[in-house]
Design a protein around this ligand. Structure first.
Ligand code: DON
Length: 566
C-alpha cells in the first residue's frame, strides 16, 4: 500500500516557509509505506514508515541492531501512538552475534494496591469497563525500563537514539489515512477520559497529512534523555503519572514506579526439523503455545498436505484448540505461580493431547479440555537485523488501541489498559475472549499473562527468520502459521506474511478466518463441522528472512507497516 502526503500538509509547510525542494527532502512530511525490501547489510520492519526509517538511519551510521531497535521503539511511541508507547510494556527476544540468546521481560505489573477482586462489584460481577478503560485499567508501565535494559547491548549513546523521537514529537509529523481514521474513531473516548485537551483531539476531523505535534511528550522524552530511567520513574514524570492517577481513581503510586524493573529471562528454545526457534517464555503464553503447536504438527507430515488445503487448516486448527485450552488452565506469571512448562511442551504429553484428533472431523471444545497434569486491537511488533549478525524481535503494547485512552496530563503519553490481561474473574473472558483462573489472578506486583510472541529462528546457528505480530490471542497462531508457511510449506516471505490467516482459541468454539480466506476451503471446513466466522484482519506480521546473506524484509499488507533496509 502506498500513501502520499495531501495538500493539507503542503499548505502547512508553505505556511512555515519551506520550499518544495526542502519538502521533498523532509521525510516526516512526504513518505509512503514500502512493503518489501531486498538488501544485504541490515533491515528494520515496523508498523510505521517513519519509525522504520529512524531505525535504518541508525544502522547506516554504524549502530547495531539494539541501537536501531531502541531508536525505532522510541520513534513508534511518537508516530504510532495507538500502540507504540512509553506508557505500556513489552518483550524482546534477541540473538547476539556471539551466539547468545536473550529474552527480556518489561511487561507491566499490577500496582501494589491492586487486589484479586478489584474489578468485581459487590455482587461479584466483573466490571470490565474498569479493567479496559480509564485510570484503573493501567498496569505499572515497563517500556522505559525495558529500553534501558536493552541499552546494555547497544553501542551508541542513548542521547543519539532518543533524539529522532524528540524531534518527531516536537516538530510533528504528517499522519497517515489509517491514523486519521483511528483518531477520529477514538475522539469521544479521548475527550471522555481526559479532563484537559490532549494532542490526539482537535475541533475538526483528522485527515491524512494533518500534523500531529506532541509537545508534552517531547518534554517527557527530553527528561528521559537527560536523566535516563529516572527521567520516567522518578521526578517530574513520575509526579505527573501519580497526579493523573489521583484525578481518575487510579492506583499507581510513586513506590510502584520506583520499584519497577525489567527482567532478563531464559528464552524459550526448541528445535523443529533443521531449525532452532527462540521465543518468549512466561509471562507470555506465546512461546509455550507456539512450541506446543509446532510439536503437535511435527509427526503429521503437514508439508505433504500443502498450504491452506482443508486438511492442513483442520490440523492446525485442532492444535490451536488444544494449546489454547491449556493456556487458560495452566499459565500465569512464573514469579507468582507454579507452571508445569516442561510437561506442557514434552513430546509424550503432546502426543497424548493429539490422540483424539480425527482427520476430516471437527473437534469440540466441550470434549477437548485442558490436558491432565499431575503436578501440584493494539500492540506493535518490529524486527531488526544488523550487518554484524545481531537480530532483535520486539513486541510492545498498550493492550487495545490507545490503551486506557488516558493521557498523562502534562506528560503527553497514553497509559496502558493491560490489567484486562489478568483473569478478572475465573471464566470471564477478557477483551480477546481469553479466559483464565487463579494462575492469572491479580496480585500486587504480578505480571499479567500475555500472548505476545517475538520470535527468532536460526538455521545452522545463524538468524534465518525474525518475526512477530500484534493481535491479542491471535498472536501465537499468526506466528505459528507464519513459521509453518515458511518451514513446512516452503512459502516465500511475502506470502508467508500476507496470505490469509485463520484462528481458533478453544473458546469460543469457532474457527475465525480472514475475509480473503478461500471460499472453497471454508465450505469444506464447514462440512467437517466447524463453525467458520469471517472476521477483520488477523495480526500485522513483520518479518525478516535471511537467505544466503541476502535479506528480505516484509511489512504486513494489513496496515501502514513498512520495511526498510540497506
Ligand atoms: O499481551 C497481550 O497478549 C495483549 N495485551 C496484546 C494486545 C494486542 O496484541 C492488541 N493488538 N492488536
Amino acid at each position: 500500500m502506498t500513501w502520499k502526503i495531501t495538500f493539507t500538509c503542503l499548505a502547512f509547510i508553505f505556511s512555515v516557509g519551506r520550499s518544495s525542494a526542502q519538502l521533498k527532502r523532509d521525510y516526516t512530511f512526504n513518505y509512503a509505506s514500502q512493503k518489501k525490501v531486498n538488501c544485504h547489510n541490515g533491515a528494520v520492519v515496523s508498523a510505521h514508515p517513519l519509525a522504520s526509517r529512524v531505525g535504518t538511519a541508525i544502522l547506516k551510521k554504524g549502530g547495531n541492531a539494539f541501537d536501531a531497535a531502541i531508536a525505532t521503539q522510541l520513534a513508534l511511541a511518537v508516530v504510532y501512538p495507538g500502540a507504540g508507547n512509553i506508557g505500556g510494556g513489552g518483550f524482546m527476544v534477541a540473538h547476539l552475534k556471539d551466539g547468545k540468546n536473550i529474552a527480556l521481560d518489561y511487561r507491566e505489573k499490577a500496582p501494589i494496591l491492586a487486589s484479586r477482586d478489584m474489578y468485581l462489584d459487590s455482587a461479584g460481577n466483573a466490571q470490565l469497563h474498569l479493567s479496559q478503560d480509564g485510570h484503573l485499567a493501567a498496569g505499572v508501565p515497563g517500556a522505559i525500563a525495558g529500553i534501558f535494559a536493552e541499552m546494555k547491548y547497544a553501542s551508541l549513546p542513548f542521547k543519539k537514539l532518543i533524539q529522532p523521537a524528540i524531534d518527531l514529537a516536537e516538530n510533528g509529523f504528517a499522519i497517515t489515512a489509517a491514523q486519521a481514521k483511528a483518531l477520529n474513531e477514538y475522539r469521544d473516548e479521548f475527550l471522555q477520559r481526559n479532563g484537559s485537551p490532549t494532542a490526539f483531539t482537535k475541533d475538526d476531523p483528522w485527515k491524512a497529512g494533518d500534523m500531529l505535534i506532541q509537545k508534552e511528550l517531547s518534554a517527557t522524552l527530553k527528561r528521559i534523555r537527560d536523566k535516563g530511567q529516572k527521567g520516567f520513574y522518578e521526578g517530574e514524570t513520575a509526579k505527573l503519572i501519580v497526579a493523573e492517577m489521583q484525578r481518575g481513581k487510579g492506583i499507581i503510586t510513586m513506590a510502584d514506579l520506583q520499584h519497577y524493573s525489567a527482567k532478563e529471562r531464559d528464552a524459550l528454545e526448541f528445535d523443529h526439523k533443521k531449525f532452532h526457534i527462540i521465543t518468549m517464555p512466561l509471562p507470555s503464553s506465546g512461546g509455550i503455545l507456539v512450541e506446543q503447536m509446532m510439536k503437535m504438527i511435527s509427526e503429521k507430515k503437514i508439508a505433504k498436505m500443502k498450504f491452506q488445503t482443508a486438511a492442513a487448516v483442520q490440523l492446525m486448527t485442532e492444535v490451536e484448540r488444544r494449546a489454547f485450552a491449556d493456556r487458560g488452565e495452566f499459565l500465569g506469571d512464573p514469579d507468582f505461580v507454579k507452571v508445569p512448562v516442561e510437561t506442557l511442551v514434552s513430546d509424550a504429553y503432546l502426543k497424548e493431547r493429539m490422540k483424539d484428533f480425527e482427520p476430516g472431523k471437527a473437534g469440540s471444545s466441550t470434549l477437548t479440555k485442558p490436558g491432565h497434569i499431575k503436578e501440584s486491537e493494539q500492540t506493535t511488533h518490529f524486527c531488526v537485523l544488523d550487518k554484524f549478525g545481531n537480530a532483535v524481535s520486539i513486541t510492545t503494547t498498550l493492550n487495545d488501541s490507545y490503551g486506557s485512552k488516558t493521557v498523562v496530563t502534562g506528560a503527553g503519553f497514553i497509559l496502558n489498559d493491560e490489567m484486562d490481561d489478568f483473569s478478572v474473574k475465573p471464566g470471564v473472558p477478557n477483551m480477546y475472549g481469553a479466559i483464565g483462573n487463579d494462575k492469572n489472578a491479580i496480585a500486587p506486583g504480578k505480571r499479567m499473562l500475555s500472548s505476545m510472541t517475538p520470535t527468532i529462528v536460526l538455521k545452522k546457528g545463524e538468524p534465518y527468520i525474525i518475526t512477530g505480530t500484534p493481535g491479542g490471542t491471535t498472536i501465537p497462531t499468526s506466528v505459528f502459521q507464519t513459521l509453518v508457511n515458511i518451514m513446512e510449506f516452503g512459502m516465500n516471505a511475502d506470502d508467508a506474511v500476507n496470505k490469509p490467516k485463520f484462528h481458533h482459541q478453544w473458546l469460543p468454539d469457532s474457527l475465525y478466518i480472514e475475509k480473503d480466506f478461500p471460499v472453497t476451503i471454508q465450505k469444506q471446513l464447514e462440512q467437517m463441522g466447524y463453525k467458520v466466522k469471517p472476521r477483520s484482519a488477523i495480526g500485522r506480521t513483520e518479518l525478516i528472512l535471511i537467505k544466503r546473506r541476502s535479506i528480505i524484509a516484509i511489512g504486513d499488507k494489513r496496515g501502514d507497516d513498512d520495511a526498510e533496509g540497506y
